[in-house]
Design a protein around this ligand. Structure first.
Ligand code: 1GP
Length: 254
């Protein structure tokens, strides 16, 4: 199936539609859990899967992608923690530039190394400005990337960083408090950043309840990403997706 995820996400943003993403870390998801997650994701009309983790130590990436493809049509987008996490079996890849940090390898270096592989691959490349926001605990990403997150209350720094990313031609901004963050990205920061951006704003990290998902989407996040909470209780998928989708203009007509 021919897909253009960038076009559909930009159109969704332009129409005020919100999207809900389930993050699957192939390393952490238990095999027995996968079927119920997939079943619930289909029932809840989850929009996308992000697949990835900071460290993938088991060789489960391809297996995980094949399992999803067998079960449903939900697009699979790689969310790579490093340049080894690549697979042709996915539909697309977030081509992440860590714009909140000043580590040249994660701003451009790894991209140079991955570019020839991606050029040959059937994957849709989704250029994304990745912004780590302080979520109240030290994160694996911060440690591995050797970068500091943007302080949680510095809305102006976050806005200027996101704007610079948009001006550089990046197609998405992803504000992430990090997996399992104590505090998700604050609604005030989401509001400030989203009001300045034309490109879709993805928000994740530490979102644990449908109320929080709704609050972040209302504040201006176009795409809500949840991983940890769903690993702990897959049933949350239904309520979380419902909360996010409840803001869609198409839902109001029903
Ligand atoms: C992490 O934004 C994602 O990169 C999701 O975070 O696992 O805390 O939901 P959680």
């Amino acid at each position: 199936m021919e897909r253009n995820l960038h076009k559909s996400l930009q159109q969704a943003k332009d129409n005020g539609e919100k999207r809900f993403v389930v993050l699957i870390d192939p390393d952490k998801v238990k095999l027995g859990q996968m079927d119920s997650i997939l079943d619930l994701a289909v029932k809840a009309s989850v929009d996308y899967f992000f697949i990835g983790g900071s460290l993938i130590v088991n060789n489960m990436l391809d297996h995980c992608l094949l399992r999803i493809k067998e079960a449903c049509n939900i697009p699979m987008i790689l969310f790579p923690g490093n340049s080894f996490q690549l697979s042709y079996k996915a539909d697309a890849i977030l081509f992440l530039s860590l714009i909140s940090g000043r580590n040249a390898d994660l701003l451009i270096g790894n991209h140079v190394l991955a570019a020839p592989y991606l050029k040959m691959s059937p994957l849709e490349v989704m250029p994304t400005g990745y912004m780590l926001i302080d979520g109240g605990v030290a994160t694996t990403v911060s440690y591995i990337s050797n970068t500091q997150p943007i302080p949680a209350t510095k809305d102006d720094v976050a806005l200027c960083t996101a704007l610079a990313g948009e001006m550089l031609g990046l197609k998405f901004i992803y504000m992430d408090a990090g997996s399992g963050a104590k505090n998700p990205v604050d609604t005030s920061m989401i509001d400030t950043v989203s009001s300045g951006l034309k490109i879709p704003l993805i928000v994740g990290g530490g979102i644990r309840t449908p109320e929080q998902a709704l609050e972040k989407a209302k504040a201006g996040a176009d795409v809500i990403v949840v991983g940890n909470a769903i690993e702990k209780d897959p049933n949350l998928i239904i309520e979380m997706a419902e909360a996010v989708h409840s803001l869609n203009p198409s839902e109001a007509i029903k």
